[in-house]
Every structure is written in structure tokens, then in C-alpha cells.
Design a protein around this ligand. Structure first.
Ligand code: GTP
Ligand code: SPV
Ligand code: MN
Length: 615
């Protein structure tokens, strides 16, 4: 069990640590002491990630009314949390990259000078943990000691964040032991920004109207204030593993990506392949990571669903790990028919956020079952019936579940050195224009495709759902440095990998017909597209070259059993030169935002695409 330290008088925190997670690293002790002096919590708890600690924190939260225990027979070890109605998604307009130079943050990020931001944050964090416990959460991203692994500590006053971090990361003593004097590790601080006066009663989901999600890439720090929501509060995730890690990767020659990771086995000859895919938030990563093929001949195993770190290995190939240890997945739309693997994974030990509660003490959300319950308590705690005229679960409601509960988990998730990638997919939600699948003509063309991806906005971030926006590499909200430099880094990676470079594909599960229906059945049927991709990678099919890339040639896409889709194929693969040329205009405008920093290779790709479309 973690040890509690009361911050009083003479003794230092180090003196008072006697059990649980402990460290003799003076750098860590000094930093924790400084943060405690700034934020003035009632007590400091060094977390060890144990079951005992979990049991105690969940019991306290249930007692205080900030967690609802679910029925033990239906969802053992599982809880429901309801957020403040204004704290349900990432806040991109309150997210800042505080690099020394504004140009290093680039035009797609909000920027503040580090000193200015520190000055702005200081009065907010001063005393922000008063009346609360300050938790010190050491964690490892990737297996401790792994070739691509990184370590960090999150200080937080949110027990909800602590529980989620225990699921999402390898948390505890082993991680803390890896943080030795002089080693590189990431310092992250989180406060919900809701200090309690003596005697003041707490609310179920403390947060502050004022929010700051700030990143200091040069000093490897994250400071997050005012929100309890996943991506704003679980600092290992988007803040560290993408925004800070992307900068570390640029400096050290690797890549931090918003990607799922999966393993494919061709069951006839036992050949294995590995694939990663970058889709924007709520655009199908979790679903593809847990794919159940509807065609014979393939076994799919899951390695990761949201973040992948990619690094060239000693043999010159590109190796990938999933640095996380759990899923923070979108609940709505997850059901037996769409994602049975997720449903099985969610048998227990899960924290649900903003889903509905059934009268039996189980959870429900839109799409979980075809049959809609007659009565529920909705995500805001109100009575709900099917004719209430509003969703029972928030569209961005989520589950947090340990990855080790996934029935399809690949052994590779445990591996120290990652898996070699054969193919990389880029995708988005596009009702028009973008074909079901297209292979890029080269690595350079693939980087152009990734750089120019656009997608309809989802509920994963504050803003207007459905609005089309550029989301390069699905990293628009997550790239911690100048996006144009990031494209350059990808081009450099291609040079370095040479003939070992994975093949790059663009996919779109979301194309719609004139009647507004999806043309492609999606979900398990996406295995047909993956099948074609792997047959391209292994040189078994030719495809046909078009202006936008190589598409499946007549008969190459396996449609056995879904012959009715045959009639949609023309529309699914239609390439309208006029609309593509119009997109090229927008791409030129988009590149214009980055000025001279856009790699010339990408401008050349744009010119070549226009040439092919004109031909
Ligand atoms: P983040 O966790 O936000 O990064 O998202 P994600 O990319 O992991 O998204 P996820 O897999 O959870 O999918 C989000 C939504 O897309 C869900 O509502 C799914 O039902 C829907 N979805 C996923 N795959 C498909 C598909 O192949 N076709 C269609 N039509 N919808 C899909
Ligand atoms: C996303 O929005 O891409 C997520 C959820 O994966 S969060 O961790 O909240 O960013
Ligand atoms: Mn994500």
C-alpha cells in the first residue's frame, strides 16, 4: 500500500516515506516536495499501483459518491463515474505548446512562451490542492527496461485519474526504480483546480471552468489544470505519449504516433505481419485493433488501440510498441455486432465514464444492444426513457479497461523490443471523395497522403461534430512541434529505412451514398481490405494504378458472402478528378499556413498529383 505523508513542519517528504512506492532519487524527492509546497495538499500519497491501493481508493470514492459501483455479478470490479457536464472531452483551444520559439510550436498549436505560461499557471496551482490528497504516480510507457520505453511521474489531486492511470500504464515501484539520478523522465502535474476550504463539502466531479493543458517540450514537463477528463487528466496519454514524445522522437530519431497496432497471421502458411493505422479520434482505431475477420485465412491479434511508438531496429526495419497498458475507448457504437472483442474485454475491472446506468446496476450506451432498455439513469444522473429525445450516454462516453483482458491480445504486447511493421494505414471519416483503400505510390507519396488527411470532427473534442478539417497523420491535436517539421521527420525516416520501409495505404470506411447511408459495411468486413493490403505487401496482387494511388483491380477485393456490396463498388472507389483538384486547392492553402517550412518533397507531390489528375 502507498504511504501517506502529512506535510507538516520540519520533516521532508523523503523522511516520511516508509512504505509503498519509495525512492532515494533526490531529484524526484525535490520535485515532489516543490509541487507539494506550491499546491499545498492535505497529504501526499506515493502510489504503488497495488490492488490494495486500488481497493482503498475506489472504496473512498464510492463512499464520497464520486464513483458508483456496478452490480458485482454483472460487472465485477467495475465502476461508473459521471463527469461535470462541461468536462466531457479534450479542450483543444485550451491546449498549449510552450516551446522557447513560437515557430517550433507551429501554426496548428496554441503557443505561449514558457516563462509567460509559468507565470500564468503559478497563481492557479498555488494552493490548488488544498483540502485534497496529492497522489504521486510513477509510470512506465512500455515494458520497464524495453528498448523504446520511457518513464514518467504524474502528480495529481484526482483519485479518478489515479485509478485510470493504474489501468492505462504500468504504474508503481518498478517504474519509480527506473527513474535514477540523471536519467531522462517526464514530469507531469495535474490539478482539477478545485481546492476545498476547511469543512467545505466536495462535489462528485471537481473541476474548474478555467482549463489549461500545457506542454513544455524542452524541459519534458506537462502542467494540466481544471479538467478531470481522460485526455486532459491522464497525462501519460496524449500529453506525454504523443505531444512530448513526438518532440523526443524528433530529437532522437523515432516517431510517436496516434496509431493502433495489430498482428496478422496468414493461417495457411503461418506467416505473420504487423500493421499500424492512424485514424483521428473516434474514427475506428479501437474497432480495427480488435478486428474479427469475416473471411477465412486470417487471425488478427491486438497490440494497441491508440498510441504507437516507432523506432528503427538493428536490422533496419521499423519496430513499434504500444506504450500503454489499457484502453480508454469510445463506448457508443461498441456492441456485440460491431466489436464483440471489446464487449468480452469489458467483462469486469472497468471504469466507465458518462455512460448510462441500468436498473440492474449494469451499464448501457447507444449501440450496446439492439434492444433499448425501457428505463435508464442517463449520463447526467437523470431518469431516461427511449422517448426522452436525448442520448442516454454522452457521445464521448468511454471505458477504461486493462489490455490484458483482451481475448485477442498478442503476446507481442509483452515484448521488450516491439514488432516490425509491414504496413501503415492513414484514414479519416470522409463521406465523399476518398476511396475505400488506395496504396500510396512511394514512401514520399505516403507522407503526402498522411499530411493531407482530412476528417469530419467527432465528439472526442469540444466543437462542432461533422465539420471537415485537416487532421494530418491524425496528429493535429497531438503533434508537440511544428507540423511541417514533423512531415520532414517522416520523410527523413523513409530515407533511413530505405527498402525496409513499411508500405503506406489510405483507407476510408465512412464513404456515403447519395441517400446518406454508408456504402461499406465496415467493422469485421474491414478484414477484406486488410486482406488486400497484405496481399499487396507480399506481392500477390497487382492492383491498378490511378491518379491517387493503387486501387484493387477487378476481382482482387474478396467479397465472398457480401456480394450485395458489388453494386456499391463503383461508388466506393470512384475518383472524381474535379473534386480531387478542388481538394488540391485546399491543400495548397493548407500548406500555405506553414510557409517555407513545408518540405519541398511534399510540394512536389502536390504538383505531381495535380499532373496525374489533369492527365
Ligand atoms: P479515439 O479513442 O478517440 O482515439 O478513437 P478510435 O479511433 O479508437 O475510435 P473507435 O474505434 O472507438 O470508433 C469510434 C466510432 O467509430 C464508434 O462509434 C464506432 O462504432 C465507429 N466505427 C468504427 N469502425 C467503423 C467502421 O468500420 N464503420 C463505421 N461505419 N463505423 C465505425
Ligand atoms: C482521443 O480523443 O483521441 C482519445 C481519447 O483517444 S483522449 O485520451 O481523451 O484524448
Ligand atoms: Mn485517441
Amino acid at each position: 500500500m502507498g504511504s501517506t505523508t502529512t506535510l507538516e513542519a520540519d520533516a521532508t517528504i523523503a523522511d516520511k516515506v516508509s512504505e509503498g512506492a519509495t525512492t532515494t532519487n533526490p531529484e524526484v524527492v525535490k520535485w515532489v516536495t516543490e509541487i507539494a509546497e506550491l499546491t499545498q495538499p492535505d497529504q501526499v500519497l506515493w502510489c504503488d499501483g497495488s490492488q490494495t491501493e486500488w481497493d482503498r481508493i475506489t472504496a473512498e470514492m464510492v463512499e464520497e459518491g464520486s464513483l458508483i459501483p456496478l452490480d458485482k455479478n454483472r460487472r465485477p470490479g467495475s465502476f461508473l463515474a459521471r463527469s461535470h457536464p462541461g468536462d466531457v472531452a479534450r479542450v483543444e483551444d485550451r491546449t498549449f505548446i510552450c516551446s522557447e520559439n513560437e515557430a517550433d510550436a507551429g501554426p496548428t498549436n496554441n503557443w505561449r512562451a514558457p516563462d509567460d505560461m509559468r507565470a500564468e499557471l503559478e497563481p492557479l496551482f498555488a494552493g490548488s490542492m488544498r483540502g485534497r490528497t496529492m497522489y504521486v504516480v510513477p509510470f512506465s510507457m512500455g515494458p520497464v527496461g524495453g528498448a523504446i520505453t520511457q518513464l514518467g511521474i504524474e502528480i495529481t489531486d484526482s483519485p479518478y485519474a489515479v485509478l485510470n492511470m493504474r489501468i492505462m500504464t504500468r504504474m508503481g515501484q518498478a517504474a519509480l526504480d527506473g527513474i535514477v539520478p540523471g536519467s531522462e523522465w517526464v514530469r507531469t502535474v495535474h490539478s482539477v483546480g478545485a481546492p476545498l476550504e476547511p469543512g467545505q463539502e466536495d462535489v462528485a466531479w471537481p473541476c474548474n471552468d478555467l482549463k489549461y493543458i500545457t506542454h513544455f517540450p524542452e524541459t519534458l514537463e506537462v502542467w494540466s489544470y481544471g479538467s478531470g477528463y481522460g485526455g486532459n487528466a491522464l497525462l501519460s496519454k496524449k500529453c506525454f505519449a504523443l505531444r512530448i514524445a513526438s518532440v523526443m522522437g524528433r530529437n532522437e530519431g523515432w516517431l510517436a504516433e496516434h496509431m493502433l497496432l495489430l498482428k496478422l497471421t496468414d493461417t495457411a502458411n503461418h506467416k505473420t505481419y504487423h500493421l499500424s493505422a492512424a485514424f483521428p479520434s473516434a474514427c475506428g482505431k479501437t474497432n480495427l485493433a480488435m478486428l474479427q475477420p469475416t473471411i477465412p485465412g486470417w487471425k488478427v491479434e491486438t497490440i494497441g488501440d491508440d498510441i504507437a511508438w516507432l523506432r528503427p531496429g538493428p536490422d533496419g526495419r521499423l519496430y513499434a510498441i504500444n506504450p500503454e497498458a489499457g484502453f480508454f475507448g469510445v463506448a457508443p457504437g461498441t456492441g456485440e455486432s460491431t466489436n464483440p472483442v471489446a464487449m468480452e474485454t469489458l467483462w469486469g475491472n472497468t471504469i466507465y465514464t458518462n455512460v448510462a446506468l441500468t436498473d440492474e446496476g449494469d451499464v448501457w450506451w447507444e449501440g450496446k444492444t439492439d434492444e433499448v432498455p425501457e428505463h435508464l439513469i442517463d449520463w447526467q444522473g437523470n431518469d431516461w426513457t427511449p422517448d426522452s429525445g436525448r442520448p442516454a450516454a454522452h457521445p464521448n462516453s468511454r471505458f477504461t479497461v486493462p489490455i490484458q483482458q483482451t481475448p485477442t491480445l498478442a503476446d507481442d504486447w509483452y515484448g521488450q523490443d516491439g514488432v516490425p511493421l509491414d504496413a501503415i494505414l492513414f484514414g479519416g471519416r470522409r463521406a465523399t471523395n476518398v476511396p475505400l483503400v488506395a496504396q500510396s505510390l512511394s514512401w514520399q507519396h505516403g507522407v503526402f497522403v498522411g499530411a493531407t488527411i482530412s476528417s469530419e470532427k467527432t465528439a472526442a473534442q469540444e466543437g462542432t461534430v461533422g465539420e471537415l478539417r485537416r487532421d494530418p497523420f491524425a496528429m493535429l491535436p497531438f503533434c508537440g512541434y511544428n507540423m511541417a517539421d514533423y512531415w520532414g521527420h517522416w520523410l527523413d525516416m523513409g530515407e533511413r529505412l530505405g527498402e525496409h520501409a513499411p508500405k503506406i495505404f489510405q483507407v476510408n470506411w465512412f464513404r456515403k451514398g447519395a441517400d446518406g447511408r454508408y456504402l461499406w459495411p465496415g467493422f469485421g468486413e474491414n478484414s477484406r481490405v486488410i486482406d488486400w493490403i497484405i496481399r499487396r505487401v507480399s506481392g500477390q496482387v497487382e492492383g491498378r494504378e490511378t491518379a491517387v494511388g493503387v486501387l484493387p483491380a477487378e476481382g482482387e477485393l474478396n467479397l465472398d458472402g457480401i456480394e450485395e456490396v458489388e453494386t456499391e463498388l463503383d461508388e466506393l472507389f470512384a475518383i472524381d478528378p474535379a473534386s480531387w483538384l478542388a481538394e488540391c486547392e485546399l491543400t495548397e492553402e493548407f500548406f500555405g499556413r506553414f510557409g517555407e517550412r513545408v518540405p519541398t518533397a511534399l510540394r512536389a507531390e502536390l504538383a505531381e498529383l495535380r499532373g496525374r489528375l489533369d492527365a
